[in-house]
Ligand binder design. Structure first.
Ligand SMILES: NC(=O)c1ccc[n+]([C@@H]2O[C@H](COP(=O)([O-])OP(=O)(O)OC[C@H]3O[C@@H](n4cnc5c(N)ncnc54)[C@H](O)[C@@H]3O)[C@@H](O)[C@H]2O)c1
Ligand SMILES: O=C(O)[C@H](O)COP(=O)(O)O
Length: 596
C-alpha cells in the first residue's frame, strides 16, 4: 500500500480580481438523480472517444483517390454512392464517419438512425446547407468541411459562365450542332468597362473579383461581413445591397445559403435592377427565387442568367427556368476540376481522420476551433475539468436537481489568453455523463446542458505571478442542492470541489472548505472524521484486507484534533462490506465513495 498524507490549512494563492463573467443562461426545468453506479470512466477526449477497433467511414459521393487512400490507412472505407435516404439511414448505424458532397442530404433522420455511432460528418466542399447542423450538434456529431480546395475552381467556373453567357457560347454551340449558322442572332455584349457586382466577398467572390478586374470590368461588391480594406486592396468598393443590385450590369452571386440569403433575389429586388442585367450564380440555387427569375427574364429586366446551382438538384426537366432560351446552365460543376477534387478529397480525409483520432479539426463547422498548441497545453486541465465535474455531481444528494453550476478559473493570464470553451465543455461532460446516458463532447456540451436546464456560469480569478502555466486551479460549485457529504458544502452553501494540475496530473485540492491533495487517477473515498492518531492506518488496513490498493491519502483539517477530511485514492472499487466497515469506525462521521 502506498500512502502519503498531507495537510494544509493555508492557501498560497492570492486572488486579485474577478474578470469576465460569462454565463450560459439556460433555465429549463430539470431534475437529475444520482445513481450509485457510474457508467463511464472519465476520459480525456476532445471530440470522440478513441476507438480500439478500426473505425468505418462511409463515403457516400465520389471522392478523389488521394483522399480515399488517406482514409484507408486509418479506417475501413465503404464507398457506396447514390444511396436512397432510407439506405443511408440503414447503413449509418454501422459507421463512425460519413463523407458527402452537396448531393446527399444529411438530415435529422440520419443522425437519429446512427444510434450515436456517427461521430463525424465530412463535407467534401464548402457549402454545408445539405447537413442538418442543429441535429448534428444535438447528437454530438462533429461536422467538418473542406473550405479552401475548390475556391479557384468555383471562381474559374463563375468567370467561364460570365464570359460564355455574354457571348452566347452555349446557345451558339447548340444551334450549330442543330445544323444552323446564326451569326446575327448570337451577337453578344462586351465585358470591358461594365460594372460587375460581386455578392458575397468571401473566398470565391474575391477570386472572381480579381479575375473580372483582369477583364477590364469595374468591380463592386456587397458583403455585410467583409472588411473594406480587403476589398480596397484589390481595387473593389464595398457597397450596400441596394447600390450593388441597382448599379450592376452583371451580378455574380457568392454568398452562402442561409435564412438571411434565401431567395434574396426576388420580385422586389429584381424590380430594382437595371434593365438588361445579367446574372451568374455559382453559389446556391436557393439564394434566387427561381419563379421570380423566370418572370424577370420574361419581362426583359434580366437579359440573361448563367446558373450552376438550383433550388432542387437535379432540377425538373421541364423547368421553365432551365428551358429558358436566355439561360445557360451547368450541373453544379463549380468545384469539378481534377485539381479541386483531389485537393478537396485530401482536405476532407485529413479532417475526418483527425477528428476520429480525437483531435479538434481546424475546419470544424459546429464546434469551437482550438489551435493544436493550445490543446496540447490544456490537455491536463481538460482531464481535471472533467473529473471535477464528475466529483461535484456525485457529491450532490440524489433528487436535488443540478441547475446552477459555477466554474471558476484562477490564472495569471488575462482573459484573452485563456480559452475556456473546452474546459467548460469538459466540466459539463463530467457533470452530465454520470447521471445520464448521453454522450457529451465539445460539440454538444452546451446544447446538452441547456436541454437539461443546467445553467453554467464561468468566472475568472486573475492571479499575480507568472502566466507560464495556463491555470492555477479550477473550482466547480453546484448551488441550490444538498450534498451526500455535508463537508463538501462551502460556507456559502454550494457543493464545492477544486483542483489543480501538478506535474501534468490532475489533483483534487479542495472539498468544501477543506484542503486536501489527492491525485485524480483512480476512485476516491472521502471521509470526515475526528482528527486523531491512527485513522490513516485503520482505514488503510480495512482496504488492504479487502485487497483494495490505495494510491494516495491526504488529510485536510480545520485545526489539530478537530474535524478532518481524509481523501483516499483507490485503484479498485471497494466492496459494500468494506465501505460498511469504514463507515462503522467510530471516529468517522460521514464518508462517500466517488467513481472517477
Ligand atoms: N458551384 C459550386 O460548385 C461551388 C463551389 C464552391 C463554393 N460554392 C458556394 O459558393 C459560396 C461561397 O463560397 P466561399 O468559399 O466563397 O465561402 P465564404 O464563406 O468564403 O464566402 C461567403 C461570403 O458570403 C458573405 N455573406 C454572408 N451573408 C451574406 C449576405 N447576406 N450578403 C452578402 N454576402 C454575404 C460572407 O460574409 C462571406 O464573406 C457558398 O455558398 C458555397 O457553397 C459553390
Ligand atoms: O459548396 C461547394 O463546395 C460546392 O457547391 C461544391 O459542391 P460539390 O462538392 O457537390 O461539387
Amino acid at each position: 500500500m502506498a500512502a502519503s498524507a498531507s495537510s494544509s490549512l493555508l492557501s498560497s494563492r492570492s486572488p486579485i480580481k474577478l474578470t469576465s463573467l460569462s454565463s450560459l443562461t439556460w433555465r429549463l426545468p430539470v431534475s437529475v438523480s444520482l445513481p450509485r453506479h457510474q457508467r463511464r470512466r472519465a476520459s480525456p477526449v476532445f471530440v470522440v472517444l478513441s476507438m480500439d477497433a478500426k473505425p468505418t467511414v462511409l463515403v457516400a459521393e465520389k471522392l478523389g483517390e488521394a483522399g480515399l487512400d488517406l482514409l484507408k490507412e486509418f479506417a475501413n472505407v465503404d464507398c457506396s454512392y447514390n444511396l436512397s435516404p432510407e439506405e443511408l439511414c440503414t447503413k449509418i448505424s454501422l459507421c463512425d464517419a460519413l463523407i458527402v458532397r452537396s448531393g446527399t442530404k444529411v438530415s435529422r433522420e440520419v443522425f437519429e438512425s446512427s444510434g450515436g455511432r456517427l461521430k463525424v460528418v465530412g463535407r467534401a466542399g464548402v457549402g454545408i446547407d445539405n447537413v442538418d447542423l442543429g441535429a448534428a450538434t444535438e447528437h454530438g456529431c462533429l461536422v467538418v468541411n473542406a473550405p479552401t480546395a475548390n475556391t479557384v475552381a468555383a471562381a474559374e467556373h463563375g468567370i467561364a459562365l460570365l464570359t460564355s453567357m455574354a457571348r452566347n457560347v452555349a446557345q451558339a454551340d447548340a444551334s450549330i450542332k442543330a445544323g444552323k449558322w446564326l451569326r446575327n442572332k448570337y451577337v453578344g455584349v462586351s465585358l470591358v468597362g461594365k460594372t460587375l457586382a460581386v455578392m458575397g466577398f468571401g473566398k470565391v467572390g474575391t477570386e472572381v473579383a480579381r479575375r473580372a478586374k483582369g477583364l477590364g470590368m469595374h468591380v463592386i461588391a456587397h458583403d455585410p461581413y467583409a472588411p473594406a480594406d480587403r476589398a480596397h486592396a484589390i481595387g473593389v468598393d464595398l457597397v450596400s445591397f441596394d447600390e450593388a443590385i441597382s448599379t450592376a450590369d452583371f451580378l455574380s452571386l457568392h454568398m452562402p445559403l442561409t435564412p438571411a440569403t434565401s431567395k434574396i433575389l426576388n420580385d422586389e429586388n429584381f424590380s430594382k435592377m437595371k434593365k438588361g442585367v445579367r446574372i451568374v450564380n455559382v453559389a446556391r440555387g436557393g439564394v434566387i427565387d427561381e419563379d421570380a427569375l423566370v418572370r424577370a427574364l420574361d419581362a426583359g429586366i434580366v437579359a440573361q442568367a448563367a446558373l450552376d446551382v438550383f433550388t432542387v438538384e437535379p432540377p425538373p426537366k421541364d423547368s421553365k427556368l432551365i428551358q429558358h432560351e436566355n439561360v445557360t446552365v451547368t450541373p453544379h460543376l463549380g468545384a469539378s476540376t481534377m485539381e479541386a477534387q483531389e485537393g478537396v478529397a485530401i482536405e476532407i480525409a485529413e479532417a475526418v481522420v483527425g477528428a476520429l483520432r480525437g483531435e479538434l479539426a481546424a475546419t470544424a463547422v459546429n464546434a469551437p476551433m482550438v489551435p493544436a498548441e493550445v490543446l496540447t497545453e490544456l490537455k491536463p486541465y481538460v482531464t481535471l475539468a472533467e473529473k471535477l465535474g464528475r466529483l461535484a455531481v456525485q457529491l450532490v444528494a440524489g433528487g436535488s436537481g443540478v441547475k446552477s453550476v459555477k466554474v471558476t478559473y484562477a490564472s495569471a493570464r488575462g482573459p484573452d489568453d485563456l480559452d475556456t470553451r473546452l474546459l467548460r465543455a469538459m466540466v459539463t461532460k463530467g457533470l452530465i455523463e454520470p447521471i445520464s446516458s448521453v454522450f457529451v463532447n465539445l460539440v454538444n456540451a452546451d446544447f446538452t446542458a441547456k436541454q437539461r436546464g443546467v445553467r453554467i456560469t464561468e468566472q475568472r480569478v486573475l492571479l499575480d505571478g507568472s502566466p507560464e502555466s495556463p491555470l492555477e486551479f479550477i473550482q466547480v460549485q453546484i448551488a441550490n442542492v444538498e450534498s451526500r457529504f455535508a463537508s463538501a458544502m462551502s460556507e456559502s452553501g454550494e457543493v464545492t470541489v477544486e483542483g489543480k494540475v501538478k506535474d501534468g496530473v490532475a489533483h483534487l485540492t479542495k472539498v468544501g472548505g477543506f484542503e486536501v491533495d489527492v491525485s485524480l487517477e483512480g476512485n476516491i473515498i472521502l471521509c470526515r472524521q475526528v482528527d486523531q492518531p491512527g485513522m490513516i492506518g485503520t482505514v488503510g488496513s480495512i482496504l488492504g484486507e479487502e485487497n483494495v490498493n490505495v494510491s494516495f491519502m491526504s488529510v485536510g483539517r480545520t485545526a489539530p484534533r478537530k474535524q478532518a477530511i481524509m481523501a483516499i485514492g483507490v485503484d479498485e472499487q471497494p466492496s459494500k462490506a468494506a465501505l460498511k466497515r469504514i463507515g462503522e469506525i467510530p471516529a468517522i462521521e460521514e464518508f462517500v465513495f466517488l467513481d472517477l
